[in-house]
Write a protein of this length. Sequence first.
Length: 438
Amino acid sequence: MLLAFPTPVESLLSAAWSWLPIMVEVLLIVAGGLLLSEVLRQSGGQAALAGWIRDRSGHSVSTILLVVHGVTPFAEALTGFGIGVTIGIPLLAHFGLSPRKVVVVGLLGLCAIPWGSMGPGTLIAASMSGVSFHDLGVASAVVNIVPFVVTGIVAAWLTSPVEQRVSAVVQGALSGIGLTIAVAVMNMVFGTAPAGALGALIMAAVHLLRAGRDENAAALQDVGRKALTSYLLILGGVLVAGWVVRLAGLSENWRYVASPALWLFIAAAWFARGVPERQATLRAWKSWGQVAPITGLFIVLGILMAVSGMAAFLAQALASMGQAYLPIAPFVGAVGGFVTGSNSGANAMFATTQAEIARSLGLDVLWFMAVHNVAAAFLLMASPGKVEMAIQLAGDSAAEQRRWIQATVLWVAFAVVGILALVNTLVIGGYAANFLRG
């Protein structure tokens, strides 16, 4: 890149300095999410909370949707990096499903990745494309109606008896619409970072009420209550600190007080009543050592592409395709998500280029990037790393069905991206408007 697009050292240093705060914030969010997850796992807090939810719910379609559109997205929104699956799959394993269906339905819960780990991937996309983080979050929530509805329909279809499939599919579609509305409203009212967690929490409450209450269910254990309080501490900290910063009219530098990068560590320390145990810290450090360098290097790659002019060059070349590029764009983002296994990595690679193409074609950059962001996020559930993690959680029986599981998740993922390609072509590209005018 640097040979083909010579760039002054001063420009590289200036870009590095301006992007350093965002990179540090993203990597700290990753670290905090992994640490909290490990602390809760080692203490039994996650298991206690999962068991309580399982015991309070029945075995209806609402219970399945509770996991797909409630529990898993909520946990994923707070911690990220597929951690939501580690809560969702143990729950699903107690609902009488075959191991391969447990894995597929568990992976479908990764449908709110744009808000995973409280949105660092969306933050990167917004920063690199020059649009508002808040606005991109709202637009992504609207576009994400496609993944939300499709995951609800597929989960309901796979887990319901043949004679009940029609009503189950309707419930799945309605659940997806409900989650779309909840996340969009939370995004508009409270901001992008907590929107996924708040929206999923609302849908979890709705499905718990629909599933009814088992009077014989045991009360939530103390460690489970403490785990739930830790999650609420993160949400409350981000929301309250954000309000204080805005109401006080403080400078942009104060926004870090409301960053998940801070509150994830505070929640982990609160749960551990001080410094987390050495074993939990070491395991989180080991995981961070695997995830952080990849995430950071993809951000560096994206910065170099932007500063060197490579992104603009690629954008100009691809924009020469004109409107024909519109149905291709979501697949470009999706492949980035599949290859990197990270919404942050996919956006760091392609956000600048995609935004430049949108500007070259005279399109609405915000909505074009919303489609890109959602497509890049959704194919994460089909990435080999996520599939393998889910299979390991479900046990040896699921491992024997690895090929079926991978193929099924890929079909669902590409169906969603195909619909997003139509949205990009007919809505974002204005084909529908041009047709009506003609």
